[in-house]
Design a protein around this ligand. Structure first.
Ligand code: ADP
Ligand code: MG
Length: 396
């Protein structure tokens, strides 16, 4: 996959109408619809501000929630327009439709230096179905397309890929950073390249393991998925998470790592519990996990071995918590790993929704080189899959 794509600084946007795909899919209070976290709106500001400073007329668009092609008033982007206006300190014009008469009239009248936000793209079924008529109608509003919604680049929707058939397409600063840092790590990593993988299920991460096994010098496996690997090695794992149908796969991966000379680290000790609860009494086990106990976190010895492997790395990619970090009693492994990344001199990248949340919650976000903003998108990125919303952008 080519990650070397033209960005908003590679095209002339001055005086032009620019269709800007943002990720304004913000969490909202269920009853009041108040925005409970405006991080995604704030993340879009650098690209918006740049475009406005360049005297472009910005036509911003996004999806919100899952209206599935129906107009659902509770999923209007109007509250986003209001918040965006507060953050920018200027008027944000809001269109009550996406490609309809209001959007067309307001886009037409939009002056350089002004910003318009279209209504929720997914109110129209053409968005997710990537219907050419819908993509063309969106494109007709503007002269240049800037994509800055990394969270949706793994989807071939009208506003994330379809429009690029009709307009010169470049990335905004958010996608540029994702491509530079994550793309750089995958295509040309500073070595040693250490991949840290965890989370609940092996089956969610097969693509990531396959791809990183080809590129990394060491793979560290923690979290719930480590137990399928432990069982594949012939150890007892009690009531820990296990995917029986992935045991052969796990054995193959261990053999493949050995063949390739990739260091493959699994936890040697575990913090276990009798039930899946924060109040469960933590029991430390080494080697086999006795009957009735489930692995909830990596143990102190594993923490040390894992963190040592990260210390000497040139690049670290981390996806998947080391344990059930949502329970403070079982968050120590994830905390130690976050700290090891923060303190290492390596290029450190965290991908995946829960992993990003863990690093933020534990207070290490500021010391990580890059926390990917896309959950599903960053996983597909790490799997080495072609991302339609990236592939459609102009090559440098
Ligand atoms: P990401 O969203 O970063 O890709 P995942 O969704 O794959 O991560 O995994 C996150 C989940 O894995 C967390 O909710 C965490 O509680 C769970 N998890 C981690 N370790 C264990 C474990 N030992 N047993 C059960 N669940 C676990
Ligand atoms: Mg997750």
């Amino acid at each position: 996959m080519n990650y070397n794509k033209k960005t908003v600084t590679d095209v002339d946007v001055s005086g032009k109408k620019v269709l800007l795909r943002c990720d304004f899919n913000v969490p909202q209070d269920k009853t009041t619809r108040a925005i409970t976290d405006d991080k995604r709106i704030r993340a879009a500001l650098p690209t918006i501000q740049y475009l406005l400073d360049q005297n472009a007329a910005v036509i911003a668009c996004s999806h919100l929630g899952k209206p599935k092609g129906e107009v659902k008033p509770e999923l209007t982007l109007a509250p986003v327009a209001k918040r965006l206006s507060e953050l920018l300190g200027r008027e944000v014009i809001f269109a009550s439709d996406t490609i309809g008469p209001d959007a067309q009239a307001k886009a037409q009248a939009l002056k350089p230096g002004q910003i318009l936000l279209l209504e929720n793209l997914r109110f129209d079924i053409g968005e997710e179905k990537n219907k050419p008529e819908f993509a063309k109608a969106l494109a007709d509003l503007a002269q240049v397309y800037v994509s800055d919604a990394f969270g949706t680049v793994h989807r071939a929707h009208a506003s994330t890929a379809g429009v690029a058939a009709y307009l010169p397409a470049v990335s905004g600063f958010l996608i540029q950073k994702e491509l530079e840092i994550m793309g750089g790590a995958l295509n040309n990593p500073k070595r040693p390249f250490v991949a840290v993988l965890g989370g609940a299920k092996v089956s969610d991460k097969i693509g990531v393991i396959n791809n990183l096994l080809e590129k990394a010098d060491a793979i560290i496996i923690g979290g719930g998925m480590a137990y399928t690997f432990k069982k594949a090695q012939g150890l007892e794992i009690g009531t820990s998470l296990c995917e029986e149908d992935k045991l052969d796969y796990a054995r193959e991966m261990i053999a493949k790592a050995e063949e390739k000379g990739v260091k493959f680290l699994l936890p040697t000790d575990n913090l276990c519990a009798r039930e899946f609860s924060n109040d469960a009494e933590p029991v430390l086990t080494e080697g086999d996990i006795p009957e009735g106990l489930m692995g909830m976190d990596i143990g102190p010895k594993s923490r040390e071995i894992f963190c040592d492997a990260v210390k000497g790395a040139g690049t670290v990619v981390w996806n998947g918590p080391m344990g059930v970090f949502e329970f403070p009693a079982f968050a120590e492994g994830t905390r130690a790993m976050a700290k090891a990344l923060a303190e290492s001199g390596a290029i450190t990248i965290v991908g995946g929704g829960d992993s990003a949340a863990a690093v933020e919650q534990l207070g290490f976000a500021g010391e990580i080189t890059h926390i990917s903003t896309g959950g599903g998108a960053s996983l597909e990125f790490l799997e080495g899959l072609e991302l339609p919303g990236v592939a459609c952008l102009l090559d440098k």
